[in-house]
Design a protein around this ligand. Structure first.
Ligand SMILES: [Mg+2]
Length: 250
């Protein structure tokens, strides 16, 4: 009983002393600068490292269709598009910055809400822009994380969290791998994910720095549902935005 109380007190003390900040940036360079020796870096994928080359398949399109189709319907349609779409890095320098962090020997992983069903397409998309998140992965084996909402899995340097909270997933990943990084650096375009990772790691007593990353914000704001609708209509070959605008008679 005494031991339990002591453990709880020690955990509480650790939680209070953990350093945590959420910063706002539009440049992945800031994330690289925070990724010092001894740190551990986790990147969101969509609108952080990569985005589709057209409106269809984007995260902002997913948000739009989930209002019409519900979350499961939207995931199904979004996943179908991922099997076909090409992607580009969010910034011109994205891929070289990821490689630069990896070249320092800093462990890097992906932490995405993508479902496991698109794992293969995701790896191909990342490879197409010169990103290999398995290069400095701290663990080579796949790890399965059974979940009450959805099963998650770590494979090839990426945690496919699905509907699970990213904060829960990173803590479970650290528990399973026994890793004790001095600080975790995490970048994501969505405030709900930076908040979830921040609170989960801080509660665990792990120093953490989150970047709410906004390089894709302008394109998210400029989302045009009509462009995406035309592209979906001609889905067998994805139209670029210009062709879709022409076909929509504007
Ligand atoms: Mg994202």
């Amino acid at each position: 009983m005494k031991t339990t109380k002591l453990t709880v007190l020690m955990a509480a003390a650790l939680a209070i002393t953990a350093q945590a900040t959420i910063r706002e940036t539009n440049s992945l360079r800031d994330v690289a600068n925070a990724a010092t020796t001894g740190s551990f870096v986790a990147f969101d994928l969509d609108n952080t490292l990569i985005e589709p080359i057209q409106t269809l398949g984007s995260d902002q399109w997913f948000e739009h269709i989930s209002k019409q189709l519900g979350i499961d319907g939207a995931i199904a349609l979004w996943s179908k598009v991922q099997l076909k779409t090409q992607v580009r890095p969010v910034e011109q320098t994205t891929s070289s910055i990821v490689r630069e962090i990896q070249d320092r020997g800093v462990p890097v992983i992906g932490l995405t809400a993508r479902p496991l069903t698109v794992a293969e397409a995701t790896l191909q998309q990342l490879a197409s822009v010169g990103i290999d998140l398995s290069r400095t992965t701290p663990i080579f084996d796949d790890l399965a994380f059974p979940g009450h909402l959805e099963n998650a899995q770590y494979t090839q340097g990426i945690i496919f969290a699905g509907k699970n909270q990213k904060g829960d997933m990173i803590v479970r990943f650290l528990d399973r791998t026994g890793l004790h990084p001095s600080v975790i650096v995490f970048a994501d375009d969505k405030p709900k994910h930076t908040a979830s990772v921040d609170s989960a790691l801080t509660a665990k007593g792990i120093n953490n720095i989150e970047f709410r990353y906004g390089a894709a914000d302008e394109r998210v704001k400029a989302f045009d549902a009509e462009i995406a609708a035309v592209q979906l209509h001609y889905f067998d070959g994805i139209l670029d935005d210009e062709a879709a605008a022409t076909l929509s008679n504007r």
